[in-house]
Design a protein around this ligand. Structure first.
Ligand code: SF4
Length: 220
């Protein structure tokens, strides 16, 4: 069932005008810029991050550029969430990459999550987008929708990641995040999901959706 639903959403996603699509496009430059974009997007709306990246990437292409423009970073990344802290951490990351990784973005989760401010969700997105490594990155959209659809019954993103790994074919692991984030931005929103126009409404138990939940839903 999960595969059937993901195939439908993947096909439908070409019609969605979701911010995450533009975000992916604008940050498709090089591995370091993918890291910067993903890092800055944390706890910030994609629309805000996109505006910031358009300007920032005029200056920043490598870790050396971050070091060179250290005095401007805070101003350049405003108004992303926690811009002061992120500016400091971005500079630390740039220095670590220059000194320890020959200015390359690490290609494994252990090294990535050792970078300041880089958690598992960010690291997984980087692994997939920079190196095509199949990993499931779970943010709030992915966690919420996977539970609403009844794919998993989990309390936090880490549990969701581990449960999805058991039931989702590996070929979808990387794409799963992009599809569900776009879906979560335009249809299966956190508050008031648009079930009436949802392409998988007939297949969804709507678990946890107030007033619409179908606990007797039987998978066909
Ligand atoms: S039917 Fe509603 S809750 Fe289920 S996936 Fe669609 S929008 Fe989300």
């Amino acid at each position: 069932m999960i595969e059937e639903i993901i195939k439908i959403l993947d096909k439908e996603s070409v019609n969605w005008n979701s911010p995450v699509k533009e975000f992916v496009k604008i940050s498709e430059k090089n591995n370091f810029q993918i890291l910067v974009a993903t890092f800055l997007s944390s706890r910030t709306k994609d629309e805000t991050t996109i505006k910031v990246l358009k300007n920032l990437f005029e200056f920043i292409k490598t870790p050396e550029d971050v070091i060179k423009y250290a005095h401007k970073i805070e101003r350049l990344i405003y108004p992303v969430g926690f811009y002061k802290t992120k500016a400091k951490r971005l500079l630390e990351i740039a220095k670590i990459l220059k000194e320890n990784y020959n200015s390359k973005v690490p290609d494994n989760i252990k090294d990535l999550i050792s970078l300041p401010g880089v958690g598992r969700k960010i690291a997984n997105i980087i692994l997939y987008r920079c190196y095509s490594i199949p990993v499931i990155s779970v943010d709030t959209h992915v966690h919420r929708i996977s539970n609403r659809l009844g794919f998993v019954k989990t309390k936090n993103p880490y549990e969701t990641e581990k449960e999805l790994e058991k039931i989702l074919d590996k070929k979808w692991w990387g794409r799963y995040n992009e599809i569900l984030v776009a879906f979560g931005q335009v249809i299966c929103k956190p508050i008031s999901p648009k079930c009436d126009i949802c392409p998988v409404e007939q297949l969804c138990p709507k678990l946890g959706v107030k007033g619409r939940e179908n606990v007797y839903f039987k998978r066909i």
